[in-house]
Design a protein around this ligand. Structure first.
Ligand code: GDP
Length: 200
């Protein structure tokens, strides 16, 4: 699939105010600094699309983009922001978790993991939660260019071992580098495939 048009639609905290769930939706989430904005910009070949959701106040919101007039890309707030007061963090965690559970057109939640970091508890906790609630998800390893080529595969294999203790079967998995556009075609083809499938 190629991206021909991408435009920002709306930011929300409330799942009920999101655009009508009349198109397949694909959301991206990850710890702060994992490379989420870079990945969204790389996928949409935009230097600034995800910048919109980086504007003050918007990083904590559910940001909808319309792609090719046919599917929604959603930039979700990150989890694990140590610097934010707990009460505030809990408020926006509640908002994106409600979104994830209630959004009927969500076809896949892409959970971003920095490939350099071994299985971190906040990621595992979040992944267990998605599993418990049967949220369709895939794992996207980011910043693969930061590892030497020969250690990428062992790093992925190591993570798969950890995941296999939680998930059976293993979720789909993508290795990406926003710097080199690695994994772009794979993710977009996956989105194209899932979007064209009939939804239950
Ligand atoms: P976000 O907070 O998850 O949206 O993360 P950003 O996209 O802002 O990226 C955080 C930092 O990691 C920035 O300094 C980016 O330049 C860097 N970064 C993101 N993706 C990559 C990548 O694929 N390769 C490299 N080398 N750096 C990256």
């Amino acid at each position: 699939m190629e991206i021909k048009h991408a435009r920002f639609l709306v930011s929300n905290t409330d799942v009920l105010k999101c655009p009508r769930p009349d198109k397949p939706e694909f959301a991206f989430i990850g710890r702060s600094n994992v490379g989420k904005s870079s990945l969204i910009n790389m996928l949409t070949i935009s230097k600034s699309l995800a910048k919109i959701s980086e504007k003050p106040g918007k990083t904590r919101l559910i940001n909808h983009f319309l792609i090719n007039e046919s599917w929604y890309l959603v930039d979700l707030p990150g989890y694990g922001y140590a610097k934010v007061p707990k009460s505030e963090r809990e408020k926006w965690e509640h908002s994106f978790r409600t979104y994830i559970l209630q959004r009927t057109n969500l076809r896949c939640l892409f959970v971003l993991i920095d490939i350099r970091h071994p299985a971190l508890e906040p990621d595992l906790e979040f992944l267990r939660w998605t599993g418990e609630h049967q949220v369709p998800f895939a794992i996207v390893f980011t910043k693969s260019d930061k590892l030497k080529a020969e250690v990428v595969e062992p790093a992925v294999a190591e993570y798969q071992k950890v995941l296999s203790e939680i998930f059976e079967p293993l979720p789909p998995l993508f290795v990406t580098s926003s710097m080199h556009s690695t994994g772009r075609k794979e993710i977009l083809d996956y989105i194209g495939k899932i979007a064209s499938q009939k939804h239950k």
